[in-house]
Design a protein around this ligand. Structure first.
Ligand SMILES: C[S@@+](CC[C@H](N)C(=O)[O-])C[C@H]1O[C@@H](n2cnc3c(N)ncnc32)[C@H](O)[C@@H]1O
Length: 231
């Protein structure tokens, strides 16, 4: 279980104002997972429909951003990119970043790639017009860690951050909670209520301006368009 803890007390070093240290949640998968994620997960069964709805939700939020006068033209950061499934749905130059070297390799050579954690992105402040963080935060059970990630995404964006989360107020989430309670699943995915998640965004310096659920109250997957607070 990840834990947020206070910065260690260093003898003679003032610690007032030090940031909290947050342990990164692991994301361990079996050999060959990255290639299966790229080739099978979203092309077969219900995955194909999910992929279609996720792309439609992202396109709707990019259109909403453009209507608000936000510059969507790029460059964009796709983090975590996984095998790069959503990168092609972003406008302009897209840089991919993922902590898993197998995912970075599976993404292929078409775009600039970095093997890096979303906790410490190797890019300067405001390096990107927009940042997409898709299908990560449902794997992060702690609010402290989610807020730390959101703050790092905000740091490297000049304006837009699009982020997905799993909404606890949905049949899918209720079903998983029941399956976990009856011992039928050990799924590590976590859902959070929409209001609570939007509050986490605000604490991290991101103002949510539009929300798009794939299937409100039925499915969990929800995308949020945020605008970074002025520096
Ligand atoms: C479910 S995949 C999503 C990939 C892609 N965004 C998509 O929608 O298809 C989650 C990805 O998060 C990556 N990941 C997990 N923790 C991470 C972290 N702290 N920093 C960067 N990548 C991370 C994993 O390696 C994995 O590729």
């Amino acid at each position: 279980m990840p834990s947020a803890r206070r910065a260690p007390q260093l003898k003679g070093v003032p610690t007032a104002g030090m940031v909290r240290l947050v342990a990164e949640t692991p994301y361990t998968r079996e050999d060959g997972y990255a290639r299966r994620y790229r080739d099978i997960r979203f092309t077969t069964g219900s995955g194909a429909g999910t992929d279609r709805r996720e792309r439609a939700a992202l396109a709707a939020l990019l259109a909403a951003a453009a209507r608000r006068g936000l510059s969507v033209a790029g460059p964009w950061l796709d983090a975590p990119s996984g095998a790069g499934r959503m990168s092609g749905a972003l406008p302009g130059l897209v840089v991919q970043a993922d902590r898993d070297p197998a995912m970075v390799a599976a993404a292929g050579p078409g775009r600039p790639r970095a093997c890096a954690s979303v906790h410490a992105l190797p890019f300067g402040d405001g390096a990107f017009a927009g940042v997409l963080c898709h299908r990560l935060l449902q794997h992060i059970p702690g609010a402290d860690e989610r807020r730390a990630i959101l703050a790092e995404l905000a740091r490297v964006s000049r304006g837009i951050v699009v982020v997905s989360f799993f909404d606890a107020l949905s049949l899918q989430s209720l079903r998983r909670a029941l399956r976990r309670w009856t011992g039928k699943t050990r799924s590590g995915r976590s859902a959070v209520r929409r209001g609570a998640f939007l509050a986490e965004c605000r604490v991290a310096g991101l103002e949510p301006v539009a929300v798009r659920a794939l299937r409100r109250f039925v499915g969990e997957q929800t995308l949020v368009l945020c605008v970074r607070a002025a520096r």
